[in-house]
Design a protein around this ligand. Structure first.
Ligand code: ZN
Length: 208
């Protein structure tokens, strides 16, 4: 139900003095409604950005600028504000304070340009379909985070500290993402367990 037309510069972006500039006119992609897992992973990747010019350029090269799609330039400070704010919502959720997370979410959403909502003809089935179409990428990120938080929990990886979603979902996906999950990936779980057993071995046989 969340649809969006990504507008991306065909030849990427460059960063000069803390401002991103499109290297060419932006091209509008087809209106799309992403599968939940894709949408979630974009939100997570965004929340985990360090906001160095390199990281922001790489991300913008795939998804475009955050605000007014007709703008050809955007400050990295805008990215820092949205990344910090979405990360705060997820961190607070991960700590279990749902009420505070909700307040922070509402604060962030109030800064967004919002959505257009409509009943539109469905391309594949007859009848109408409810669509929310965010006015910019930043609004899409916030809307998608809100939708995900209704159904899923946020965890923080015990090994690498990144935020991830867990619990909720259906069928196979639910089984793969139990709400008790402690690591973002199998790799992190293995690294963590290996370092634990190494510590144990060292404590059992101290170096003489
Ligand atoms: Zn991890």
């Amino acid at each position: 139900m969340i649809w969006f037309t990504w507008q991306i510069s065909g030849s990427g972006y460059r960063c000069v003095d803390g401002v991103l500039y499109a290297n060419s006119a932006t091209k509008a992609q087809a209106l799309a409604c992403l599968r939940e897992e894709f949408a979630e992973s974009i939100c997570l990747e965004f929340a985990n950005l360090d906001c160095t010019p390199e990281q922001v350029l790489e991300f913008a090269g795939r998804f475009g600028l955050l605000k007014d799609p007709s703008d050809q330039a955007e400050s990295i400070a805008t990215w820092e504000q949205e990344v910090t704010s979405i990360r705060a919502v997820l961190s607070i959720s991960a700590s279990g304070d749902a009420e505070h997370a909700t307040t922070k979410y509402a604060e962030g959403w109030s800064r967004q340009s919002g959505v257009e909502a409509s009943y539109s003809p469905n391309a594949y089935k007859s009848g109408l379909e409810f669509r929310c179409v965010p006015r910019d990428f930043s609004s899409w990120l916030w809307l998608q985070v809100g939708q995900t938080l209704r159904d899923r929990k946020v965890g923080r990886c015990k090994q690498c500290n990144v935020l991830f979603f867990k619990g909720g979902g259906k069928g196979r996906r639910r089984a793969q993402s139990r709400s008790t999950k402690q690591f973002c990936t199998i790799e992190c779980k293995v690294t963590f367990n290996n370092s634990l057993s190494k510590e144990r071995r060292q404590s059992i046989s101290p170096v003489s």
